[in-house]
Design a protein around this ligand. Sequence first.
Ligand SMILES: NC(=O)c1ccc[n+]([C@@H]2O[C@H](COP(=O)([O-])OP(=O)(O)OC[C@H]3O[C@@H](n4cnc5c(N)ncnc54)[C@H](O)[C@@H]3O)[C@@H](O)[C@H]2O)c1
Length: 295
Amino acid sequence: MSISKVVKDLRGRLDDKVCIITGGGSGIGFEASVLFAREGADVVVADINLKAAEATVERIKEKIGPIHVRKHAIAMKCDVSKEAEVKKVVEDTLKEFGKLDVMFNNAGIMHAHDDNVLNTDEKVWDLTMDINLKGVWFGCKYAIEAFRRKKNGGNIINTASFVGLMGAATPQLAYTASKGAVIALSRELAVTHARENIRVNALCPGPLRTPLLMNYLDTEDKINRRLVHIPIGRFGEPIEVANAALFLASDESTYITGVEFKVDGGLTAAYVTPEGPCTSASPKNFFKVTGEKNQ
Ligand SMILES: NC(=O)c1ccc[n+]([C@@H]2O[C@H](COP(=O)([O-])OP(=O)(O)OC[C@H]3O[C@@H](n4cnc5c(N)ncnc54)[C@H](O)[C@@H]3O)[C@@H](O)[C@H]2O)c1
């Protein structure tokens, strides 16, 4: 086997790519940050919680093996609902790495007081929209500007949710509306910018074992109310969504744009679900969700 073939085989799936991951301090963003870095990307871990972002960077340093030697992983403080902060993260990334290839707009919240049409407070609605929707808009805006400036095309992944595609009778109206809007926004941007070699996809996770959902599902009843609707029979793991994001971020998906990429255990395909125990084991995350301790 030739040396060049061996070197090619050792390349990571994101070698030479510069990626910003918002909400990289926890859950999907944490798993994606470690995974992207392991696959050779330079990763900017952006989070409103700088300490959490810094902890992710530390974990990246521990986890990277000798084969895919990444250049950098950097933590940056960013509240995605603040336009100036998003702009600064993109500018600082360009200063540090000279380009941006992948913008993973992943930060999002599900407010504890998000409720039905009558009970959802306007403040809860506005905060949810500011982070989940406006934050994605700002991320897309400055990423596309950076892609255009550097004339190298680009790739945007926006985290939406399965609830943007279907209704839930356990309402969280602001969250659902924000995620539906993220799907619509992503589709339109994909079409508008397709001839600039810019891809935009909406990632639609099903219910996951991350703090965002698990903090809220604090009784067996609440858990079972949801599990019964999932054909695979268990909640998803953040690493399973991060793996899908890796595929969308890589050049393995160059003909995919404008899609709602579902990672939901079959949830959105089901009228009724199978009976019997769950037979598929959960893959291991880089981070242990329950108990909040690293594995
Ligand atoms: N967990 C689920 O079941 C599920 C399902 C579908 C979609 N999603 C979506 O996936 C994304 C990630 O969720 P997760 O489950 O990993 O959540 P998580 O709560 O584990 O992590 C979210 C991260 O975003 C950060 N964040 C919150 N507000 C921010 C802001 N204003 N600016 C920057 N960062 C901010 C938090 O500090 C945290 O580190 C969210 O958009 C969420 O809506 C989650």
